[in-house]
Design a protein. Structure first.
Length: 201
């Protein structure tokens, strides 16, 4: 059975879109299974491997090497900068301490108000169980009693955020658990993150 390669897979092999247009037959076009409004372009693997043996492809790949190396160095520099920003942000996490019952009341009010404003409905909003109240309270503290939102806004779109975000979020949740030990179990539940980030940083 003929195997097909996507545009993403070709780029991982060193292809550019210009090279795909110039050196490969027209792709097979189908609906993207992950988003029906987008098209998926696929090429036969046999056509790709045949093209990769040609001198024209090999020369183009060789010419692009200096550019790729510069791009990789730039990405690494930006990632290191993000690591510095992240380390500083984690070290400066502060959670405002308030009376726990007052925080809970504010969390309930803010969440119910959000449901009303957005026009959404949740049958727990007027009679939430204990676990739901804890989840809402942790979320309220994270967004209103820490610098969580400010940090995310400051690094939005920057290289390395996909690795920095889960680590920062986990650190914020751990700090919330320190200040509000009543919520430690819920904080631990929410503190799930991509283990790859820890390995990279």
């Amino acid at each position: 059975m003929e195997r097909y390669l996507t545009k993403t897979e070709l780029k991982q092999r060193g292809w550019t879109e210009a090279m795909m247009r110039e050196m490969l037959p027209d792709p097979e076009i189908s609906v993207n299974p992950h988003c029906r409004r987008m098209k998926m372009y696929r090429w036969k693997e046999s056509d790709v491997t045949q093209a990769e043996k040609k001198q024209a492809f090999l020369e183009r790949v060789e010419r692009r090497k200096p550019h790729q190396e510069r791009a990789q160095r730039a990405v690494k520099t930006k990632q290191e900068k993000m690591k510095t920003i992240l380390t500083s942000a984690i070290g400066n996490i502060r959670v405002k301490k308030m009376d726990f019952q007052k925080v809970t009341r504010r969390a309930l009010g803010a969440t119910r108000n959000w449901y009303l404003i957005t026009g959404q409905w949740d049958n727990t909003q007027f009679n939430p169980d204990e676990k739901t109240v804890e989840r809402w309270t942790v979320n309220y503290i994270r967004h209103n009693l820490t610098e969580y939102d400010s940090f995310l806004f400051s690094v939005k779109g920057k290289t390395g955020i996909s690795f920095a975000y889960p680590l920062y979020r986990k650190a914020v949740l751990e700090k919330i658990a320190d200040v509000y030990p009543q919520l430690s179990e819920e904080c631990a539940r929410q503190a799930t993150f991509n283990e790859t980030a820890e390995e990279i940083w």
